[in-house]
Ligand binder design. Structure first.
Ligand code: HEC
Length: 173
């Protein structure tokens, strides 16, 4: 009896692993995020600015938060929750002192964007992503999606701002 139970457990683990494998490897060439299958949204670099942020510490980056038209409209009209079709992008670059600028200022005060670190997206589709507050989360480094463990961590960290539809960034007028 115990043996059968063990076999059943082992079997379901194998099934679970197999269920995950195709999404993790089968689409590798298409550069989609495993599980959510999100691709880098077209034209995101042309979207409008919502705000900026700077993280110190290990990240030590500077970020721009951009929104597609649906995102900007919802922000400006102060409408919550964000409608389906909203996409918010978070672009980050390393935060570097600028010697060139400092020379002009005559003192060390200037910091600028260095090379990009990664890009994150939140894509609203209340049906498709119902399990994560209606948002699909994805991260790309150099155009390559982050591994499947990363998007799972996204939602849980965004949960404290549930009353703002899981979005931290306020619109900077
Ligand atoms: C440790 C907590 C934490 C984790 C994990 C996390 N975020 Fe965030 N996220 C934040 C905070 C805080 C902000 C606002 C400050 C900032 O941008 O630095 C933010 C901002 C964002 C924004 C801009 C919109 C907003 O909510 O302000 C996007 C898009 C975003 N995160 C996507 C993601 C994605 C995708 C992942 C997973 C790959 C992720 N986040 C993981 C805490 C987190």
């Amino acid at each position: 009896m115990k043996r059968i139970a063990l076999l059943l457990v082992a079997g379901s683990i194998v099934a679970g692993v197999l269920a995950f494998t195709p999404s993790a490897s089968g689409h590798a060439g298409e550069q989609a995020t495993p599980i959510t299958e999100i691709k880098v949204p077209a034209g995101y670099r042309d979207w409008r600015l919502i705000s900026i942020a700077h993280e110190a510490g290990n990240l030590n980056d500077i970020r721009a938060i951009l929104g597609n038209d649906a995102a900007i409209k919802a922000y400006r009209e102060e409408k919550l929750p964000f409608p389906d079709g909203t996409i918010i992008a978070r672009l980050a670059w390393s935060y570097l002192p600028s010697e060139e600028n400092n020379k002009v200022f005559g003192r060390e005060q200037s910091f600028v964007a260095g090379p990009p670190t990664n890009v994150q997206f939140m894509i609203k589709d209340s049906k498709k992503y119902a399990a994560t507050g209606g948002w699909g989360f994805a991260q790309f480094t150099g155009g390559k999606p982050a591994n499947e463990a990363v998007p799972k961590a996204c939602f849980s960290c965004h949960e404290p701002v549930k009353d703002r539809d899981f979005v931290f960034t306020h619109y900077a007028p």
